[in-house]
Design a binder for this molecule. Structure first.
Ligand code: AMP
Ligand code: GLY
Length: 431
């Protein structure tokens, strides 16, 4: 069969890499792809890149299955467009993707369905948000407030405010100064949750939910989780903090009620659901939902998925997820993200990348490309997150050590990566 993958970052490279291992697949296209993906798929840029142009491409090229990586095309309605033309596509509809595209929708939905999450209020008027902050009495007791732009803000629209002044400034920057554009039409203000943050991705056909192995992102730029938030500096899977009882609670109290609630409201959710969770002293709480695989979580989770991904996706689309087995390899995977110097602020691109050829001989190591491009036959940097180096190992610490061994062989001017990926797993010394 022929598969089209939409996107061109590290997550999409991991998707293409896994799909390429499927015995069912003869040909993969990727729009737009990147030089790493180009080793496994034909990279294409149909028309103006709109969902209509992609659907046109899928029709003309007899694509049997389209897989969507990033949120933007989902929120633009790519699944609705493809389904309208009778094309098979893996991902939620635009209405279902509101779980990611509107924090206010997601919070109200969770309240309606008793899904555990931080207490919140939503405001459409600046004055009302400021009045709420004025009367909030938790700052003195050391309880921050979390201020979030309602809409998509590339992971940057969340501000943790320790005091009244910072909270008011956050609301003003979102609603008055429009720091995140239309995402700031409304703000969600919520209580601050303490605990360890984990990601649980799950496959769902709209009725059955099958969680993948838990993973953990590292959002902050610097070691020890310091510095500014980024798109994600590394990930590993599985996560020791997610014990079997925790996993069961997440499935029973969060994932299943969410999927069943979406179906009950007439907007069934089909595809991969991403639950960003805080493991608090009172149990798991939802921080956010995303409507897709995580990046870089996918680069750690997909390499330890044993079952053919294409067969899983077909079962999801046929509504028969309950009838298949999904198996995971023993052991762990870790992905270390190498970024351009200066990221997530200003950085330069066009720096030559060397050493990747040496990784080909390392067993259980894969270099996923994110921000790379070819310039005159040389591979150069083309983005903030440049590469995700994934390695497998028996334990998290083995996988991490092997990923670092590989990172040391890769060079580009200004390259930076965190040296402590997986540190939370290491707190449990027996692992
Ligand atoms: P979000 O995009 O909603 O996941 O928020 C981005 C990041 O902000 C999360 O990954 C958390 O690290 C942090 N965060 C969001 N909401 C909360 C909360 N209620 N309490 C503590 N931290 C939060
Ligand atoms: N790793 C965070 C995300 O994919 O949104």
């Amino acid at each position: 069969m022929k598969v089209l993958v939409v996107g061109g970052g590290g997550r999409e490279h991991a998707l293409v890499w896994k799909i390429a291992r499927s015995p069912r697949v003869d040909k993969i296209y990727c729009a737009p792809g990147n030089p790493g993906i180009a080793e496994l798929a034909e990279c294409v840029t149909p028309g103006d890149g709109s969902v209509g142009a992609l659907a046109e491409f899928a029709c003309e090229n007899d694509i049997d299955l389209t897989v969507v990586g990033p949120e933007a095309p989902l929120v633009a309605g790519i699944v609705d467009e493809f389904k309208g033309r009778g094309l098979a596509i893996f991902g939620p509809t635009r209405a279902a993707a509101r779980l990611e595209s509107s924090k206010a929708f997601a919070k109200d939905f969770m309240a309606r369905h008793n899904i555990p999450t931080a207490g919140h209020s939503t405001f459409a008027r600046l004055e009302d948000a400021l009045r709420f902050i004025d009367t909030f009495d938790g700052f003195e007791a050391g309880r921050p407030l979390v201020v979030k732009a309602d809409g998509l803000a590339a992971g940057k629209g969340v501000i943790i405010a320790e005091n009244r002044r910072d909270a008011a400034a956050a609301v003003r920057s979102i609603m008055a100064e429009r720091a995140f554009g239309a995402a700031g039409d409304r703000v969600v203000i919520e209580e601050f949750l303490e605990g360890e943050e984990v990601t649980i991705l799950a496959f769902t056909d709209g009725a059955t939910v099958v969680p993948m192995v838990p993973s953990q992102d590292h959002k902050r730029l610097m070691e020890g989780d310091e510095g500014p938030n980024t798109g994600g500096m590394g990930a590993y899977a599985p996560v020791p903090a997610v014990t079997e009882p925790v996993r069961r609670r997440v499935l029973n109290e969060i994932l299943e009620p969410t999927v069943h609630g979406m179906a009950g409201e007439g907007t069934p959710y089909v595809g991969v659901i991403y639950a960003g969770l805080m493991l608090t002293a009172d149990g798991p709480r939802v921080l956010e939902f995303n409507a897709r695989f995580g990046d870089p979580e996918a680069q750690a989770v997909l390499p330890i998925l044993e079952t053919d991904l294409v067969s899983i996706m077909e079962a999801v689309l046929a509504g028969r997820l309950a009838s298949i087995d999904i198996n995971w390899r023993r052991g762990s995977a870790a992905c270390v993200v190498m970024v351009s110097g200066g990221y997530p602020g200003h950085y330069e691109t066009g720096k030559e990348i060397t050493g990747l050829d040496q990784l080909k001989d390392l067993d259980g190591v894969v270099a996923f490309h994110a921000g790379t491009r070819l310039a005159g036959g040389r591979l150069v940097t083309a983005g903030g997150r440049v590469l995700g180096i994934t390695a497998l190992g028996d334990r998290v610490s083995d996988a991490v050590a092997r990923a670092y061994e590989a990172c040391e062989k890769v060079r580009f001017e200004g390259a930076y990566y965190r040296r402590d990926i997986g540190w939370r797993a290491g707190k449990n010394t027996h692992l």
